[in-house]
Design a protein around this ligand. Structure first.
Ligand code: PMT
Length: 271
């Protein structure tokens, strides 16, 4: 479903060739192993921008289209995971076999993510969350002030969803993205450490790459390792990233263990 060559929108759009190829590859793997790489696992993904209201007609946002996060969610589902997608305001159709929760602001994305996280094995934060939001949201449209050329908008930090998930005692295997225009490796490694995540996907962004395009290239870092992914469609890249995440998860968490929250629940039920 989506926009079509004839100009109409709706059912009938051909699935992207990369997505078809990846789905066939996942099926072939399932055929040989009996399961996808993430069968029995729950994966929570955030995607898209957030929108921070200034007044009823204006907001602060960014250029994220949600394509990368939606592709990651679809790839995890193709690998057999139960996938929960928390998406900011984007115009993409719901991915197949994915439970989607659409939100608008960083605050809503934070609340929904934490509400849905219990029992998740892997968390992947692909969303471009607004770092700042207006302190006061005007209930009426803000009017120009006669004789004043400037205007000051007071902003405050939004909650950091990724860092707050990584800080939970039942934290899943946590993967962040780092969108940077410069010093990409250095800033990404700083985020890996500061946000205390298991893996960081460094994404060079600018007016011509990263945001709102169909292709992407990234470098992935984790404690003691790194891997480069050359330019590819976001669909193909997402499948490659999900395979790496599944492999790192299996190494770090044993692959077959239930999420820590379930382990705790079992321990509590014994006492
Ligand atoms: O959506 P597309 O158009 O396909 O573009 C894809 C993308 C460029 C948005 C994506 O690949 C990407 O890089 N996403 C992360 C964007 C971002 O906000 O990066 P950051 O370096 O500012 O944030 C670091 C990490 O912290 C991210 O995982 C982000 O989701 C998370 N974060 C940031 C701030 C905040 N308040 N809460 C968060 O969870």
């Amino acid at each position: 479903s989506g926009s079509q060559a004839c100009g109409e929108t709706g059912a009938g759009r051909m699935t992207e060739p990369g997505e078809i190829a990846a789905a066939v590859a996942a099926l072939a793997r399932k055929g040989s192993t009996g399961d996808g790489l993430l069968a029995g696992k729950t994966v929570l993904v955030t995607a898209g921008p957030t929108r921070e209201a200034i007044d009823p007609v204006r907001y602060i946002t960014n250029r994220s289209s949600g394509k990368m996060g939606f592709a990651v969610a679809a790839a995890a589902a193709a690998e057999g995971a139960k996938v929960i997608l928390v998406a900011g305001p984007v115009s993409l159709p719901d991915p197949r076999d994915v439970e989607i929760h659409r939100v608008v602001s960083a605050e809503q994305m934070y609340e929904t993510t934490h509400a849905m996280l219990g029992g998740a094995h892997i968390f992947i934060a692909a969303a471009a969350v607004s770092d700042y939001r207006p302190v006061n949201v005007s209930v009426q449209k803000i009017k120009k002030v006669e004789g004043e050329e400037g205007m000051t908008l007071e902003l405050t930090r939004s909650p950091d969803i990724l860092a707050s998930v990584a800080a939970r005692p039942d934290a899943p295997f946590t993967v962040g993205f780092a969108a940077e225009t410069n010093d990409v490796r250095e800033y990404a490694l700083q985020k890996l450490e500061r946000k205390n995540v298991d893996m960081i996907i460094a994404n060079r962004v600018g007016t011509d790459c990263g945001f709102d395009c169909d292709e992407n290239t990234v470098e992935v870092y984790w404690p003691g390792g790194e891997q480069s992914f050359p330019m590819a469609s976001k669909t193909t890249l997402a499948h490659d990233l999900v395979r790496l995440i599944a492999a790192r998860y299996a190494t770090e968490r044993g692959g077959t263990e239930p999420a820590p929250s379930l382990i705790r629940m079992r321990d509590q039920s014994r006492t």
